[in-house]
Design a protein around this ligand. Structure first.
Ligand SMILES: [Zn+2]
Ligand SMILES: [Zn+2]
Length: 332
């Protein structure tokens, strides 16, 4: 009997699905790419056919121009070569999907990136039983336990109100995190206009076009300093300490990222108010997911593989480390 999943071949540049002649999230241009979600380390330009959700295709179009897209709705199955391919929600960012591949009586799920806690910008992760579960491990260490998102948002609002005359400048990744922070603020009853850096504008508009209502957003550029007092301003992490932020009224520098759990990372970016808000599963979410999916094997991709490998072995699940290159975990 051939080895489980012998038709799936991990290469440094991505996962090759031989009987579909297709690659999952390849880092090099390929004739046929199955894309889990729009983050730059998973979705690159230059492929031939691109199979992805309509939302991911729209995100890719804003970054790389129009794609030769094959839109996949959540739950639909399509035959690609000799493989039945389905896309299921991953709960990571708008349009993010796990890809279920069925061939020769075996089921393989490539999760892409995922999380389990609620996110008002995308549907929740769907547990999909399978033989091989290919999981990320960005926060694959027991030290990573993300706090409740609502309490992090409350800390932000509390700080804003405690220091009148200042503003809170939140560094947030442009795809997913920025829109989620905005929606979480709205969910906590914050209805003031939220000011955004120009680099966030296109994706915020796209989220709204795709049905995620972000409330009143205003561009922060060119706005008089006085207007920005007592306001929340969002920018990409790279703009937190650059010249752009110097014209803001005495900003309280915040950043929304799973990495803010690490004090040193907050200090490196001069972050005064670290907000631990992550779009990736923390340690408990990773292990809970593996338990619920109950695969025969777990293949682990980017992140801290060792601890999760060890956990799988302790729980009698075969685990294997894939050495894919080009994945970054800074997107959180
Ligand atoms: Zn991602
Ligand atoms: Zn990733």
């Amino acid at each position: 009997m051939p080895r489980l999943g012998s038709w799936i071949e991990p290469f440094p540049e991505g996962i090759y699905v031989r009987p579909a002649d297709a690659w999952v999230d390849p880092s090099q241009p390929k004739a046929r790419a199955l894309i889990t979600h729009g983050h730059g380390d998973h979705a690159r330009g230059g492929h031939g056919e691109v199979w992805a959700t309509a939302e991911t295709l729209a995100i890719m179009a804003t970054r790389y121009g129009e794609q030769n897209g094959r839109p996949m709705a959540y739950g639909d199955s399509i035959r690609v070569g000799e493989v039945e391919v389905s896309y299921l929600p991953a709960g990571h960012v708008l349009g993010s999907a796990q890809i279920l591949l069925e061939h020769g009586g075996e089921r393989v799920v490539v999760s892409g990136d995922y999380k389990r806690r609620p996110d008002p910008t995308c549907p929740p992760f769907v547990v999909t039983p399978c033989d091989i579960f290919i999981s990320e491990a960005t926060f694959g260490l027991p030290v990573f336990r993300h706090p409740d998102t609502g309490s992090e948002i409350d800390r932000l609002l509390h700080r804003l109100r405690a220091e009148p005359g200042r503003c809170v400048l939140v560094g947030a990744y442009a795809l997913g995190k920025a829109q989620r922070v905005i929606m979480e603020l709205r969910g906590r009853g914050y209805e003031e206009p939220i000011y955004i850096h120009g680099a966030l504008e296109r994706l915020c508009r796209l989220y709204e076009e795709l049905g995620v209502p972000l409330g009143e957003l205003r561009l922060a550029t060119g706005v008089p300093k006085a207007e920005l007092k007592d306001k929340i301003i969002l920018c990409p992490p790279g703009a937190l300490n650059d010249r752009w932020s110097r014209r803001l009224p005495d900003p309280i520098t915040a950043m929304a990222s799973g990495w803010m759990r690490i004090r040193q990372r907050a200090r490196q970016r001069n972050v005064e108010l670290p907000l631990v808000i992550s779009d990736h599963a923390d340690w408990d979410e990773l292990t809970r997911t593996i338990r619920e999916v109950a695969p025969k094997e777990v293949w682990i991709t980017h992140g801290r593989e060792d601890a999760l490998m060890h956990w799988c072995q302790l729980h009698q699940i075969k685990a294997r480390e894939l050495n894919l290159v080009g994945y970054e975990d800074e997107d959180d």
